[in-house]
Unconditional design. Structure first.
Length: 89
């Protein structure tokens, strides 16, 4: 896919959402509700990324600082990628 680079117009984006769906975007909602990248206080969490996933670099790739490594488990799946089986050969 090819997209021409642009700078989003936040005001128009919010208006569009309000007109179309009757809601305003909350861009920081996830960070406010779930603590953002600081998930060290969490428990019973399993995070997995495929080695070939293009977005893996933006994800959590090791146990967060201060986290219990038995409660927050991070795995990179060797040779794995999201929808790898659907890619063309």
């Amino acid at each position: 896919d090819f997209e021409v680079p642009y700078t989003p117009n936040k005001t128009e984006y919010v208006r569009h959402c309000q007109r179309t769906w009757g809601v305003a975007p909350r861009p920081n909602w996830e960070e406010q509700m779930f603590g953002g990248a600081d998930i060290g206080a969490g428990s019973n969490i399993f995070l997995a990324s495929g080695q070939l996933d293009p977005w893996r670099a933006a994800g959590i790739q090791s146990t967060p600082r201060g986290a219990d490594p038995t409660s927050i488990i991070v795995r990179i799946i060797e040779g794995g990628a999201h929808h790898f089986d659907l890619r063309g050969s």
